[in-house]
Design a protein around this ligand. Structure first.
Ligand code: 5AD
Ligand code: SF4
Length: 474
């Protein structure tokens, strides 16, 4: 009956299922005298963190309470990541723990979603080896959580709903925010680049841009609700808008976001070097709100490896771009991602990566050991690099990156810069922790009433990767 009467269009359909779940949950509460609780455990990137906020919005609206930890929760959701092998293994570790809990309390529900569930082999593993998992869904249909829960609560044993792809973007569903004063905002989904090592295009599908009016509306609403900083999210924000009915550039979108009154800071993530335009550099230069921070993944400094990675730029082009950015926006903080041990990487290739690291002087860098992802072109390449050699290179790279980063992170010592207060310092409650525009943290005297506000802070002492400061009265 419940399913026969459901509207067919979205988001109305999901609001209908939210109501149905509410009623089912209420009946359960009357029976047991207890309101059910949830815990979402999120793995991976900012995109997943944002998806988890959407899931949480739906659960809150249904009437679930937030649980402190996994053991206590009646519904556990694992929002998974599959970008590297170790991310997958972590999830199975959690499932092992939950199995014994569920044996003692069979009413507990477990849901798996996110990137790992877009892989048919992983879903098959869950089906065969983890039959106690109640709900499985993917990255394309997280908006359907209420409907899937309804199916489970109406008696289905294991609900599996994973879509291969979609061109649908469902707007206007509830979401909660982890922070009251800052928020991620999706501007596009998916990726079309097919870097040869990367599984993301297979699990997040093709590039889809949200309409600018939807993005601007969401940001205006966030600002009205107290948000002062937004992070525009996409796998490759520089190709935003190319597939819209009325195409527009990412730089143009930024210009429009800048106009929103009350919004103080704009960040974005991630930029692919091949698509970073002069127009974007210009907009960043002129902007009063765009933070002086650019995450520009290098992946490798060797032109030969970059070609095998299908990155579509070479060492010289990357260096030229990085130098142009340093020249045009001198206070820009540049950060990056680097992979060590891509198939066929030689000593010489690795030295090229080190060379770029030395020349660009990154403010910080995430370094990864290459992880073979089944189904990607690199997985079937010959010459996988021996583990010993990869580990050796990884540790050389890590020390180079850390030494540079410590130096770069203290380059503003003595200056007074605006910091957005994020929280009271965990270790010392007489201090607050603020974030500078370039993403470096500063701890300075203050209290909880300052959270969410921006103050000028004198950076009086550098501690390597963060500062100790003092608030300066304007
Ligand atoms: N192995 C190691 N690192 C990877 N990344 C993506 N795929 C892999 C892989 N197979 C890294 C890239 C990317 C970051 C998010 O994760 O550096 O920029
Ligand atoms: Fe993966 Fe490359 Fe797309 Fe980034 S740009 S998500 S590394 S395929």
């Amino acid at each position: 009956m419940i399913f026969e009467h459901a509207p067919s269009c979205e988001p109305e359909r999901q609001y209908y299922f939210i109501e149905q779940c509410r009623t089912l949950l209420q009946a359960q509460k009357e029976r047991t005298g207890r309101q059910l609780s949830y815990k979402i455990t999120t793995f991976g990137c900012q995109m997943n963190a944002k998806d988890s906020e959407k899931l949480e919005g739906i659960l809150k609206q249904i009437g679930f309470l937030a649980a402190e930890d996994e053991k206590e929760a009646d519904l556990n959701i694992y929002n998974t990541c599959t970008v590297r092998e170790n991310a997958n293994q972590k999830v199975y570790g959690h499932l092992g723990l939950l199995k014994s809990l569920k044996e003692k309390a069979p009413h507990k529900m477990i849901a798996l979603c996110g990137c790992m569930m877009q892989e048919p082999d992983e879903v098959a593993t869950v089906r065969i080896s983890y039959p106690f998992v109640d709900i499985v869904f993917g990255t394309h249909n997280i908006f359907k959580l209420a409907e899937l829960l309804c199916r489970k609560l109406s008696g289905e044993k294991q609900v599996i709903d994973v879509w291969e792809g979609t061109d649908q973007i469902v707007e206007d569903l509830p979401a909660v925010r982890k922070y009251s004063f800052k928020s991620g905002v999706n501007i596009m989904y998916g990726c079309n680049n097919f870097c040869s090592y990367c599984i993301v295009p297979y699990v997040r599908g093709r590039e889809r841009s949200r309409k600018p009016e939807e993005i601007l509306k969401e940001i205006r609403e966030l600002v009205a609700d107290g948000v002062v900083e937004v992070m525009l999210l996409g796998q490759n924000v520089n190709s935003y808008g190319k597939n819209l009915d009325e195409p527009m550039t990412f730089a143009e979108l930024l210009r429009q976001v800048e106009q929103i009154d009350g919004l103080e800071r704009i960040r974005f993530m991630t930029s692919h070097p091949k698509d970073l335009s002069d127009e974007l550099i210009q907009v960043m230069k002129e902007s009063k709100k765009i933070c002086r921070h650019l995450h520009l993944p290098l992946q490798s400094g060797s032109s030969r490896i970059l070609k095998a990675m299908n990155r579509k730029y070479d060492k010289e082009q990357y260096l030229e771009l990085a130098m142009k950015l340093r020249r045009e926006i001198p206070d820009l903080s540049l950060t990056t991602d680097i992979i060590v041990g891509f198939p066929g990487e030689t000593e010489e290739d690795f030295l090229d990566t080190l060379d770029v690291v030395q020349k660009v002087q990154y403010d910080s860098a995430f370094t990864f050991i290459y992880s073979k992802r089944t189904g990607t072109p690199a997985a079937s390449m010959e010459n996988q690099v021996p583990e010993e050699e990869v580990k050796k290179h990884f540790s050389v790279l890590l020390s180079a990156v850390q030494e540079i980063s410590a130096r770069m992170s203290s380059r503003d010592l003595g200056k007074t810069l605006p910091a957005l207060v994020e929280e009271v310092n965990e270790k010392n409650p007489s201090l607050v922790t603020g974030r500078l525009g370039n993403n470096v943290m500063v701890h300075f005297p203050g209290d909880a009433s300052m959270i969410g506000k921006i103050y000028p802070v004198w950076l009086k002492e550098s501690k390597g990767f963060y500062y100790i400061g003092e608030r300066i009265d304007e």
